[in-house]
Design a binder for this molecule. Structure first.
Ligand SMILES: NC(=O)c1ccc[n+]([C@@H]2O[C@H](COP(=O)([O-])OP(=O)(O)OC[C@H]3O[C@@H](n4cnc5c(N)ncnc54)[C@H](OP(=O)(O)O)[C@@H]3O)[C@@H](O)[C@H]2O)c1
Length: 304
């Protein structure tokens, strides 16, 4: 379907969703729509005031589903562990994990554990979160993980020889591209591993083309072009929502806008760059991500 929109989203009553970075932009719109459609939504956010305000705004729309805030800072693996432990204590099912939060081209910085900020937040934080929540996701029939990537992944590469930008000039776009390619590789590889284990849990991915949000806070040029070229956040959330809720979105599918260069438009299948499905690269990224985060994925053996 090429005109997939809000009305295409099936009822989500009884489903439980965690959305990272849900206080603003695409994450906010995603959480809002899921709650309106009946899902119980956990807003996983680093700033408690912004998160409380987002929850208040969603609740004011009288959604069918409940809305709850829980602190999560993806740039701190201890926070990821604390968040996950709380989710595993509180919830008996998890139907949707939406790995949405992200930072783009910030000034050079490091996470709590010393990783370059974009790779550490966008990829490693979500890798650790997904690994820790995997047992609950595996135990929830019909569950899906959605990973939000970016079209910049198409021209990016993973610099395994220096993931952490030690002793080398920081190039913010290169680091962002690397982190978003890592998101997409992770999504495709996790689906492969789950399929190999006969697990029913699905992993899909999405990118929002060009959407005007706070993400562009570090680039005045992009902000200046937003009124001409960008979608609004509610349209920008549709690829994520399709990846999360379309019954026909199969594991390993990737969704993005339909228009020129996948920048704007309705959500349709997106082009998956070859480098995102290179299994050798994926295995290398997986191993280094487990090593750096200390989180190992408990994927069952087939038939177990
Ligand atoms: N907008 C676009 O054109 C575009 C294009 C391609 C891909 N994307 C991707 O879409 C996703 C959503 O971005 P957006 O455009 O909606 O940007 P946004 O409006 O800036 O939202 C990003 C969200 O991530 C949160 N976040 C950042 N660092 C975090 C951390 N350490 N721990 C927890 N949450 C953190 C932010 O929290 P704060 O509010 O506290 O900062 C915010 O809630 C990102 O993955 C981005 O890479 C966006």
């Amino acid at each position: 379907m090429t005109d997939w929109n809000f009305n295409s989203i099936p009822d989500q009553s009884g489903r439980v969703a965690v959305v990272t970075g849900a206080n603003t932009g695409i994450g906010f719109e995603t959480a809002k729509v899921l709650a309106i459609k009946g899902a119980d939504v956990v807003l996983a956010c680093r700033n408690p005031d912004k998160a409380a305000e987002a929850a208040r705004r969603i609740k004011a729309l009288s959604p069918k589903g409940s809305v709850k805030v829980q602190p999560l800072d993806l740039s701190d693996l201890d926070s990821v562990a604390a968040f996950s432990d709380q989710v595993l204590r509180d919830l008996t099912r998890l139907d949707l994990l939406i790995n949405n939060a992200g930072v783009m081209i910030p000034p050079f910085g490091r996470t709590q554990q010393g990783f370059e900020l974009q790779f550490g937040t966008n990829h490693l934080g979500h890798f650790a979160l997904t690994g820790r929540l995997l047992p609950l996701l595996l135990a929830s029939p019909g569950a899906r993980i959605v990973v939000v990537s970016s079209a910049v992944a198409n021209s990016a590469r993973i610099a395994f020889d220096n993931l952490n930008w030690e002793g080398r000039t920081y190039r913010p776009w290169e680091a962002y591209g690397q982190s978003k390619l890592a998101n997409l590789i992770f999504a495709m590889e996790l689906q492969q591993r789950l399929t190999g284990a006969d697990a029913k849990l699905q992993v899909t991915a999405a990118h929002p083309g060009w959407t005007a949000t706070d993400l562009q806070r570090s680039s005045w040029i992009i902000r200046a072009l937003n009124p001409l070229l960008a979608m609004n956040a509610s349209d920008g959330a549709l690829p994520t929502l399709r990846a999360a809720t379309d019954p026909d979105a199969s594991g390993g599918s990737y969704w993005g806008p339909s228009g020129f260069q996948e920048l704007r438009g309705r959500p349709v299948p997106a082009r998956i760059p070859k480098r995102a499905i290179d299994r050798d690269v994926a295995a290398r990224l997986w191993d280094v991500s487990e090593l750096l985060t200390g989180v190992r994925f408990a994927i069952p053996s087939p038939g177990v």
